[in-house]
Design a protein around this ligand. Sequence first.
Ligand code: XMP
Ligand code: MG
Length: 182
Amino acid sequence: MEAMHPDVDRVLFSKEDIADMVKRMGAQISKDYEGKDLVLIAVLRGAVVFMGDLMRAIDCPLAIDFMAVSSYGDGAKSSGIVRIVKDLDIDIKGRDVLIVEDILDSGLTLKYLMKNLSSRHPASLEVATFLWKDVEGRTTAIDPKYVGTHCPDEFVVGYGLDFAERYRNLPYVGVLKPEVYA
Ligand code: XMP
Ligand code: MG
């Protein structure tokens, strides 16, 4: 296992764990989208690392595009009020769209995005999320078709996920020490 960053309390998913999950998701997506017109849409910036790995684990033809939304402000809680900061460059009408997300928490961000994207009439619209945060007594606003793994209700960083734009480059997913964001 790689050396741990001093701000990280513990590693949840190692580089090797992540590689296995991505491989499994890529194989399933390749099977499901064979012969289809797949477009992967990643939500900037957190999903960039996952997107880079996932697209290489899929062996059917595909296109990629990116969207940037802002909903978090200072990085603590989702409001569900989303502003599109960067829209798609391509037209998704009639295409098979798969949204690629780093982490699904309340799902409010994705719920908004799915509503927005479905108004553009894709042939299909699904979600692949690397992490799905389990929160007791709460239902998530959306139901992702592909999930890398569930993760506990703690603030996680690495593999694209940040705190105040830091830690995105960690090759593993870890729990941030509370004193770092307190
Ligand atoms: P919702 O609640 O709308 O939020 O599903 C999803 C977005 O919230 C961010 N998020 C996190 N980012 N560590 C992070 O680095 C976390 O533990 C975390 N939880 C939520 C993330 O940007 C995601 O797209
Ligand atoms: Mg973020």
